[in-house]
Design a binder for this molecule. Structure first.
Ligand SMILES: Cc1cc2nc3c(=O)[nH]c(=O)nc-3n(C[C@H](O)[C@H](O)[C@H](O)COP(=O)(O)O)c2cc1C
Ligand code: SF4
Length: 498
């Protein structure tokens, strides 16, 4: 009997010891998680955040039996996201065994490799490109890949800081989005594109009209290299920017010039732009006041207005032209928008980019007006397609959000972002440490450019700007592919390439 009692005592001591050990390790993991700076989710959700990595890892093994495949999720599937995560962590970005991409669906791009690819020693650095030759201060843009518009408001302070520092290191530009210019955009020293949204936040007077003095002041900042007038964005054409009241903090309200705590809703267009002539007037006004290059951003739907605009430019003289056009895809991202607009309004970039490039050529304006393409171009092959099609630059918003640690939780409009990217909740912002994430932003941008270069070299050209339509074929309904220059015949490009 006594032996049995001592046996039970030993067992309970072991149990107490094991539970103590377990609790101790939970405490240690808690301390490690809240003090480390690399993983936002673990920093914000100590200990339980570790399960995400565990399940993600185990998911690789079990998903094929139970859950989504690598190429299934939207807006970005796991393969696309994983590429960004690996790129920005600077880890090995090779994959084994073979492609998981199905090459038969219509629309799939296939690049045309050359039997004699460019040797590493023959590869050339991508040339910079001048934007706005007639502006008093043209901009010499270094990077083909840049940060697309996202406002301070939609993004958190640490997210903007990380983008600013990371963009400076990678030498790509950072677009402020329509929420005005904050000190956090400037802090890292990156080249800034100041976006003028329909509410003109940051450069407006109390009636919501341009305040030329404020515009001039922004233009005097050396770091601000260009101005982008936003006509529309892909996710919500015909609707202005929306920042829910929960995200309008005192500081954001001050930068925008609006009341704190109330939803910030921009008009659905610039009230003073009603025609091609009005648009050109505004472009030239901003350029005259600031001395910097000025372009506009739009998602394309109807396109007769472009003919009218380009005709008007040729009448006034090419100096009057916008210095660049940002063509955004109908399936672009947003901080908040109605689903009907997100889903079904505006052409996808696959259709609108060739349309705009070809119309510019028809009007003899292709060399005068630079083209920036955006919309789900977050991996090298998608960006390389855009360059083949005729874009001069590619920009991305959500690619850089993934680099900042976004896990596609799709709560950007709720102020509850678990990774601190799109929330003003200080506790959740703790997870995003700008110094760490700036390095991820840098690596993502640099790896994108490097691997776009790898595709270019495989096609036999020395650098990405030499990619042409005939370097890319598109799979058709019958499973056969056709070169882009046959799908979109382009006399000028074909002659240059011959
Ligand atoms: C959080 C967030 C905020 C955005 N804010 C703006 C904005 O202020 N102005 C704008 O023109 N576009 C805005 N966009 C759209 C992006 O600039 C970009 O055009 C679009 O997301 C397509 O690029 P992507 O597919 O690489 O994200 C925003 C997108 C996101 C995801
Ligand atoms: S983690 Fe979710 S809420 Fe945060 S930025 Fe990404 S998609 Fe938006």
């Amino acid at each position: 009997m006594q032996a049995a009692v001592s046996w039970v005592q030993t067992l309970s001591s072991i149990l107490v010891f094991v539970i103590g050990l377990f609790l101790l390790s939970v405490v240690i993991m808690f301390i490690v998680d809240v003090t480390q700076t690399k993983h936002s989710v673990r920093r914000n959700f100590p200990v339980i955040g570790r399960f995400r990595n565990f399940f993600e890892h185990m998911g690789e093994f079990f998903r094929q039996y139970f859950f989504a495949q690598d190429r299934e999720e939207m807006p970005f599937n796991r393969a696309q996201r994983s590429w960004v995560y690996r790129a920005c962590k600077g880890v090995d970005n090779t994959v084994a065994f073979g492609s998981t991409l199905n090459l038969t669906p219509a629309g799939t791009p296939i690049f045309v490799n050359c039997p004699y690819p460019t040797l590493t020693e023959d590869a050339a650095p991508t040339k910079s490109l001048t934007i706005g030759p007639y502006a008093r201060q043209p901009f010499e843009a270094q990077s083909i890949f840049n940060v697309s518009a996202m406002s301070y408001g939609a993004l958190s302070k640490p997210a903007v800081l990380a983008l600013s520092y990371g963009s400076k290191m990678a030498e790509n530009w950072l677009n402020t989005g329509e929420g005005g210019l904050s000190p956090w955009h400037l802090e890292g020293g990156a080249d800034i594109v100041f976006q003028i949204g329909t509410a003109k936040y940051g450069v407006r007077n109390s009636d919501g009209d341009f305040d030329d003095e404020r515009l001039r002041k922004v233009g005097r900042l050396e770091q601000v290299r260009m101005f982008e007038i936003k006509l529309s964005q892909g996710a919500k054409p015909g609707k202005g920017g929306i920042l829910p009241g929960t995200k309008v903090t005192g500081e954001i309200a001050e930068i925008r010039g609006i009341p704190a705590g109330e939803a910030s809703i921009s008009p659905n267009r610039h009230p003073e732009i009603n025609s091609a002539a009005d648009l050109l007037d505004m472009i030239n006004h901003v350029r005259d006041v600031t001395g910097k290059p000025v372009g506009f951003k739009a998602v394309i739907g109807a396109y007769g207005w472009l003919d009218e605009l380009f005709g008007e430019i040729n009448q006034r003289g090419i100096e009057s032209a916008p210095d660049f056009i940002t063509v955004d895809s109908g399936d672009g991202g947003t901080g908040a928008a109605p689903m009907s607009l997100i889903d079904n309004v505006g052409l996808p970039i696959k259709e609108s980019l060739p349309l705009v490039v070809d119309m510019l050529k028809e009007h003899g304006l292709r060399d005068r007006i630079r083209v920036v393409a955006s919309g789900k171009l977050i991996n090298p092959s998608e960006a390389a397609w855009a360059l083949c099609m005729g874009a001069d630059f590619v920009s991305s918003a959500r690619g850089f959000m993934l680099a900042l640690g976004c896990i596609q939780a799709l709560q950007c409009n709720k102020n509850t972002c678990p990774t601190g990217v799109t929330t003003h909740n200080k506790r959740l912002q703790r997870g995003l440490v700008p110094e760490d994430k700036a390095q991820r932003v840098r690596r993502y941008s640099e790896t994108m450019r490097k691997e776009i270069g790898t595709i270019a070299h495989s096609c036999g050209v020395a650098e990405p700007r030499l990619l042409r339509r005939y370097h890319c074929r598109i799979v058709q309904d019958d499973g056969r592919s056709i070169p882009l220059d046959e799908l979109y015949p382009d006399a000028e490009v074909s002659t240059r390439a011959a």
